[in-house]
Ligand binder design. Structure first.
Ligand SMILES: *Cc1c(COP(=O)(O)O)cnc(C)c1O
Length: 375
């Protein structure tokens, strides 16, 4: 018996990946960082492979090692490394590692020698995001270091890659600028004798809207989980996560009763309050106080008062709601039910953050569907 639960539809994940796979000639890297955007990295990785992904993408070395420990043998790229990380463990595990600086190329050479295995490297170019990646000025010296390390047999430059600023805004002028900068960066790489098998820049939004950005590999994340990166468009994706809880208690209260911390909500008339055992420790954004939608008793309602650490209150009027009834915070949105997008809108955030924060340890996850699970 569960009190609060997150359900993950593995078949939806498989189908979302298959949909993107069908729309491109590139290979698909399913991004499973952040514990699979809160959906659970390992089952989601299996479902994504069942949908046709041939690569897995993660941010940290530790996430990549977690995939290898779980037995995944497909190519895995990990892209965010601070100095001094045990990169030799990644090299030994055959994990592809990103490098944006000469210093990191040097560390990869050291790691390769220590692991007694060639490091598989993806060189990252900053085409404008100003996050990771080499600037256009730094790019030649990074390429020079990588070309030398490759000639020495220490590294294999498998990829050259970059990341978009605003691909979630179709038509944004930065997209074309970045694609031009990426093409320039590839041309410069070629002059250093670097012609990688995988050139990649497309996240979910570019995978869904810009075929000209697909190159050899696309890196969708949020769309794998069925959420759209582009406002107002669903692309036929199906959201995989549902968050719901059983009402813990109901009570009748008079008109004018203040509800939850600070009494920021007052009942308009005599009414029934339902206590739902999910709060910000579970991922419910406190910014959605007096705003988050909840499906309960066959109707869509709104959180009454502040979101607490462990619980929220819903005013259900005179409707027949009792302890044990299921309150759904968000799901696939069938029959007008609330979605992660609805929560993001009222909490001033993006759907990515809503689902990722619901990956908290306290709420058990239940997996539905069979995609990627052993027969
Ligand atoms: C998270 C991430 C992705 C996936 O982005 P989505 O918008 O979720 O598709 C792709 N590439 C990099 C470098 C990332 O950090």
């Amino acid at each position: 018996m569960w009190q609060a639960e997150v359900r993950i539809d593995l078949d939806a994940i498989r189908d979302n990946v298959a949909l993107m796979r069908a729309g491109t000639t590139a290979e698909v890297m399913a991004v499973v960082k952040g514990d699979g955007y809160g959906h659970g990295m390992l089952p989601c990785a299996r479902a994504a492979l069942a949908g046709g992904a041939t690569w897995l993408g993660v941010a940290t070395l530790e996430e990549g090692l977690g995939l290898r420990r779980a037995g995944f043998e497909v190519p895995v790229l990990a892209w965010l490394h601070s100095p001094g990380m045990p990169l030799h463990e990644g090299v030994a595990a055959g994990i592809d590692l990103s490098a944006s600086t000469e210093r990191l190329v040097d560390e990869l050479v050291t790691g390769a020698r220590r692991a007694e295995r060639q490091a598989r490297v993806h060189l990252k170019l900053d085409t404008g995001l100003s996050r990771g990646g080499a600037t256009a000025d730094e790019w030649p010296s990074v390429l020079e270091a990588a070309a030398k390390a490759q000639a020495d047999g220490d590294i294999d430059v498998v990829g050259v890659w970059s990341h978009f600023i605003s691909s979630d805004v179709p038509g944004d002028e930065t997209i074309d600028h970045q694609l031009a900068a990426f093409a320039d960066g590839l041309a410069v790489a070629e002059r250093f004798g670097i012609t990688p098998r995988y050139r990649h820049i497309a996240n979910s939004a570019a995978t869904l809207t810009r075929p000209d950005a697909h190159y050899d590999l696309v890196r969708p994340g949020i769309a794998v989980y069925g959420l759209s990166p582009v406002a107002g468009q669903t692309f036929g994706l199906r959201p995989a996560m549902t968050a719901h809880a059983r009402v813990a208690q109901t009570k009748r209260v008079p008109a004018g009763q203040g509800v939850s911390y600070g009494h920021t909500y007052h009942t308009e008339r005599e009414t029934t309050l339902a206590l739902v055992p999910l709060g910000y420790a579970d991922g419910v954004p406190r910014a959605a106080s007096n705003a988050g939608p909840v499906q309960l008793g066959g109707k869509r309602r709104t959180v009454a008062g502040r979101v607490c650490m462990d619980q929220i209150v819903v005013d259900v009027g005179d409707d027949d709601v009792s302890a044990g009834d299921v309150a759904t915070l968000f799901g696939p949105g069938d029959d007008g039910g609330p979605t992660a997008d609805d929560w993001a809108a009222v909490a001033g955030t993006i759907n990515y953050e809503i689902v990722t924060r619901f990956g908290s340890a306290r709420v058990p996850r239940h997996y539905d569907g069979t995609a990627g699970t052993p027969a």
